[in-house]
Design a protein around this ligand. Structure first.
Ligand SMILES: Nc1nc2c(ncn2[C@@H]2O[C@H](COP(=O)(O)OP(=O)(O)OP(=O)(O)O)[C@@H](O)[C@H]2O)c(=O)[nH]1
Ligand SMILES: [Mg+2]
Length: 555
């Protein structure tokens, strides 16, 4: 997130006038603010990028970035943007040249009584003719507001000056409507994603690409790096053999740092980075938006919209930002979306750890049935949570024209990858190290064996050995604790069905602790507890089906 941004609560600075920047989703508000202030207003090419109001300082003004306004939506983000609009007198109205008629028709009535300057973004997409310039002059005359056409990604000094001047003396809007008929009808080029039957298939294939790439790259990376890391950790383990307990267990015990650390680096780090890169490219290019529009009709059947699916896909990177981003979902589907993220979005840590476990038992191909069962059970779970929602008339995809595809800019991809990397090293690593230390100390004290004996009957229910409980329990704190399975010598002897069962149970039994806390903050502690109880019940049911189904089929 932006360093120079004071989040949400805005306190005006005397010298600089506050300007609230409003417009529809993906109209270029954040991009425009970044270009005007040099700040890092987060901008990406999917609808609903901005979910809170942040303040950025320019030379003459303070710009308040707001989420896009969706008139047909009851989302928290639309309410927040309208609240900021109410609270501020001076407005920078951002409209997209390619849908100028719709933007004015829907949003202009909200501006009556405000002091407004307008910016027409995506001017680069409109073929310039005499008509286009005279249209802007005509609108300015009718509405009384100055309009500055720009490509918000590349503001020049003339644009900047024109916007600053317009904001120094913005006009008060006195009319409440402005019907505009632009002389152009520009839309993005069609792709196979927009074809009726082919679209959903192509969308599904594209959604699977990050997982396939992650499996491929992580396997190759591990083949290349594993021998040398293994060698190094063996040497280190030998030199630490005489260290006194419990330090010895913490360092080289079966759950020790030097035992688990290499697995984390060889498997989880490349998967986390790769996911961040691919999902970053999908978001920044606009492809994710187009994929989810293609899959919207199918999503309706399970009580969600294409918009909700974007958030579920974001959860494959990390569940936390995905849950926060559901603020721009309709209240009719938000709870289902959060539940689907917590249950089925195997975050990149979880996915990396899962790959490591399958590789450690020399059965990498298990990733295919694992993903298939995860997707299948998530769809059924979401359908149950949605209740009567699939029949609801509110299940619409609130949007205007399709998103323009663009080559993902390195800056936008880096913005995605950067936050993932920082999150991994600052947040995820310390918690993982904490888990390995706690597990090692408990193991040294003999507590793990006692717990394993106690939960034996529960594990027997799932046809799993008692020792599997350690990884299951710690996975409820952090998903990469799934790696702990690899340190049970007997695990490699289990049947394919048992290995799938163990990894699936650890992955879905409960959301990780940080996700659960985020859900509680976003909704309420009560909602989070109910979600966890419902998820645990569903996870137990699906795991029982998997465990005894594979046993019956002798898989
Ligand atoms: N071609 C073109 N692309 C633009 C222009 N302005 C913004 N974009 C791109 O449009 C996409 C959306 O821009 P954002 O600034 O995130 O839009 P926003 O209005 O803040 O969107 P939300 O936060 O979702 O409401 C990004 O990929 C931008 O690079 C423009 O003038 N021309
Ligand atoms: Mg934005």
């Amino acid at each position: 997130m932006a360093k120079n941004a004071a989040v949400l609560e805005y306190s005006p600075v005397q010298e600089r006038e506050a300007v609230v920047v409003v417009g529809k989703e993906s109209s270029g508000k954040s991009q425009l603010i970044s270009s005007l202030t040099g700040g890092n207003a987060y901008s990406s090419n999917f609808r609903g990028t901005t979910v809170s109001c942040e303040v950025f300082s320019g030379s003459a003004n303070e710009f308040i970035d707001t989420p896009g306004i969706l008139l047909q939506s009851d989302s928290i983000t639309t309410a927040l943007a309208l609240q900021k609009l109410n609270e501020n007198e001076t407005v920078l109205f951002v409209v997209k040249a390619t849908q100028i008629g719709e933007d004015f028709k829907d949003l202009f009535p909200l501006l009556k009584g405000k002091r407004v300057a307008g910016v027409v973004t995506f001017w680069d997409k409109v073929r310039k003719t005499d008509d286009s310039s005279s249209l802007l002059m005509d609108i300015s005359e009718r509405t009384g507001i100055p309009l500055i056409p720009v490509d918000a990604r590349h503001l020049n000094e003339v644009d900047r000056q024109a916007i600053t001047n317009a904001l120094q003396n913005p006009s008060q809007v006195t009319v409440s409507a402005a019907a505009i008929q632009p002389p152009w009808d520009v839309g993005p080029r069609k792709t196979p994603l927009e074809m009726r039957y082919l679209g959903p298939i192509v969308g599904l294939i594209l959604l699977l690409v990050p997982a396939v790439l992650a499996v491929y790259c992580a396997n190759h990376f591990a083949d290349w790096l594993d021998p040398s890391i293994e060698n190094l950790s063996q040497k280190l383990a030998a030199s630490l053999a005489s260290v006194p307990s419990p330090l010895k267990e913490i360092l080289i015990g079966r759950y020790g740092l030097l035992t688990m650390g290499p697995l984390l680096f060889v498997w989880a780090v490349p998967t986390v980075l790769l996911y961040a890169f691919v999902v970053g490219c999908y978001k920044a290019s606009g492809l994710l938006d187009r994929i989810t529009v293609a899959l919207h009709p199918a999503m309706r059947k399970i009580g969600m919209t294409g918009r909700d699916l974007v958030r579920v896909v974001m959860g494959f990177g990390c569940n936390v930002p995905a849950v926060i981003n559901t603020r721009c979902c309709s209240s009719a589907t938000r709870e289902t979306t959060i539940s689907a993220i917590a249950f089925g979005s195997a975050c990149s840590y979880q996915f990396g750890a899962t790959l490591a476990v399958f590789a450690a038992v020399s059965r990498p191909a298990l990733v295919v049935p694992y993903l298939a069962y995860l997707v299948f059970s998530t769809m059924i779970y979401s359908r149950i949570v949605a209740g009567r929602m699939p029949n609801s008339p509110f299940l619409i995809l609130s949007m205007d024209k399709p998103t323009f595809l663009e080559l993902p800019r390195p800056k936008a991809i880096w913005a995605e990858a950067r936050s993932t990397i920082i999150h991994f090293f600052r947040r995820a690593m310390p918690i993982f190290i904490g888990i390995t230390i706690v597990a090692s100390v408990l193991d040294w004290m003999g507590v793990i064996n006692i717990i394993a004996r106690r939960v034996q009957p529960v594990m027997t229910l799932f046809n799993l050995p008692a020792q599997a409980s350690v990884a299951v329990v710690f996975s409820c704190i952090r998903k990469d604790a799934i790696l702990l399975f690899t340190n049970d010598a007997g695990f490699a002897q289990l049947r394919n069905g048992q290995i799938l069962t163990a990894v699936y149970l650890a992955g879905v039994l409960l959301p990780c602790l940080v996700t659960a806390l985020t859900v509680a903050r976003e909704k309420s502690a009560r909602f989070a507890l109910a979600l966890m109880a419902r998820q645990a019940a569903a996870a137990v049911t699906f795991t029982l089906i998997l465990a005894w189904g594979t046993t019956l089929l002798n898989l």
